[in-house]
Design a protein around this ligand. Sequence first.
Ligand code: NAP
Length: 739
Amino acid sequence: MSTEQKIIYTETDEAPRLATFSFLPIIKAFSDAAGVQVETRDISLAGRILASFPEWLSEDQRIADHLAELGELTQDEAANIIKLPNISASNPQMLAAIKELQGQGYELPEYPEEPQNDAEQDIKNRYDRVKGSAVNPVLREGNSDRRSTKAVKDYAKKHPHSMGDWTVNSKSHVAHMNAGDFYASEISTTMDQDDQLSIVLRTQEGSETLATGIGVSAGEIVDAAFMSKAALCAFYEEQIAKTEDGVLFSLHLKATMMKVSDPIIFGHAVKTYYREAFEKHASVFAELGVDANNGVGDAYDKIQSLPEDQQAEIKADLDECLVKGPDLAMVNSDYGITNLHVPSDIIVDASMPAAIRESGKMWGPDGGLHDMKAVIPDRCYATVYQEVINDCKAKGALDPTTIGSTSNIGLMAQKAEEYGSHDTTFEIPQDGQIEVMSASGEVLLVHSVQTGDIWRMCRVKDAAVQDWIKLGVERGRLTGSAVIFWLDENRAHDAQLITKLHRYLPEHDTSGLDISTLKPADATKRSLELMRQGLDTISVSGNVLRDYLTDLFPILELGTSAKMLSIVPLINGGGLFETGAGGSAPKHVQQFEAEGHLRWDSLGEFLALGASLEHLGRVFDNDAAKLLGETLDEAIAEFLDSNRSPSRRVNEIDNRGSHFYLAKFWAEAVARQDKDPSLKQRFAALAERLSASEAQINEELLTAQGEPVDVGGYYAPNPELAAMAMRPSKTLNDAIDSV
Ligand code: NAP
């Protein structure tokens, strides 16, 4: 274990990157007093690109691969990393970042869309490694612990967000398949030894190895499941036909994270809904390369290269499908953007809770709210949302001023379950039999599949499962709340997990704890019952439900998941502290550049810092760090209570003002305590100084707003310009720098 008492604060992208220029000096002023060093590592998109091409850069331009370094650090017991949200780059973002860096004098190669030789292929591979969800899988070497802190929950109870009313007459419901889905076909086994697996497709024409050399370890659970294309399309046909008048057809998937399977599932919905137009224009669409998996928007984009009369004919045929079919839920009714336009517009974990907050309604083509048929094809998790709808219909909307809290312990470590399955997901090219084979040639799992079926293999390691069970019990012990393992004995994968649960649970002291295992629909029902009684529950779930539930319950309780505490207790003992569950808020940067107001709320950073200090204090037995953690909690409560979060409007408090108030309340809280006289004295001086100059600091911070701001780059801001823009109050800077 490293003996250095150190917190690594990550430099990322967009709004949280800008916020760091203002908040980091404050963090350092406090942590220094406890002998804790705060170092930064650059894991921004720009930083990761530069680290990938050292030989293209001059020596002073090169930066080390900080992400790889942090990946290694996660194995150290002393690791303490605060991870801010970063860009998961799409192709356009990648290209824009390369262009910006080139403009700043970094002579990076162009991104070769279609590599012509080995050298170009190598360049493309390096860029592609930086693309998509490239950071979290490296750092998340642990399971996940997400919850709202007492201060945040109290704040939400006192200042409740709006919740739409529910009536028993609501027609909103969830539609899922009853056969032919992943749920129906899942098979699972637990490895009894380390092995190297292969995936082989056997067809009449021979055998094709789809993947090989997949290392697995003893005790690892390995599953296979597939979604039948025929069953999926029949399901869509049926649901489209059955959608009642006045109810919106609305598809909810997770095409961003499930980047292989879900775009295909989305594409079948597009082709089914727009069948007549897609069949009539099949050859033109093929020539243009229209890909339904990118949404019907891809057809609208690509027909623009056609003569106007041909475009008009195709548009009319697409429109005809909208007239004949049920009304679609809209992403933007002003621009005619439907739920089937772009696969990443409607993401189930955020879209379903948002609809539930709106009385189960979504926006329709007429610009009004309507009941919805929420189409979530696979049954594994769809039932959760139907249960929430049932509950709201029967008992009315949940009341944020009284409901209890549902926190989550999620099985996430080491690319667990579906979220780690991208490399082992395939669209079946030909009818046949697909086999998962051991190195010795034993067939472990086998399915008969048909052309177009979506087949995948998922895994979860035994050590990850053991740690997850331990964390669930620990949270139960610490809180006394009911612990519910969200597992369905009728699912092959869950049945294996239940066997492990029975094996490992007795290793823990569970006396007096309320621990149960319920399938997702029943777990939802029980959690809601307890919440309505004002009681808290701990959901202990798999990786996908972790993601879904840590949006669903926080959105119902707090109005947003961005206010959650999100900790990854690393399996080797260290701590990864994620700052909330939100992203990097690109819209906020646009506003900052246009009018000098940054509405980013750093509450997630505050909470993560508190947890990080508390962890460091415990690991190194550093009482001063513990004290700083405790006093930061008090400061956060006061910060929320006195409503010092950034406003959305220019010329009102923004991110920088919110940092000032946090520093003030934190200094006051340290000055109030008597456990550590030296800290007390040090921060009493700061508290006095900040209090005396409150009006002056506010004036300096507000004067900096109202004008466009140039920080010298979007993906790679110039550090001096950004620091100047984000620290415009000399009075505040002097006070902080004096500590
Ligand atoms: P997002 O950044 O979460 O933003 C969605 C909206 O949520 C924002 O526009 C903002 O609403 C609100 N929001 C989120 N966090 C907030 C905060 N701290 N303070 C105030 N408002 C906040 O989602 P996105 O636009 O889907 O994703 C943007 C980028 O973040 C993408 O590149 C994505 O890949 C990445 N991402 C990263 C992580 C991660 O690293 N953990 C997680 C999710 C997404 P208003 O505009 O109404 O103010």
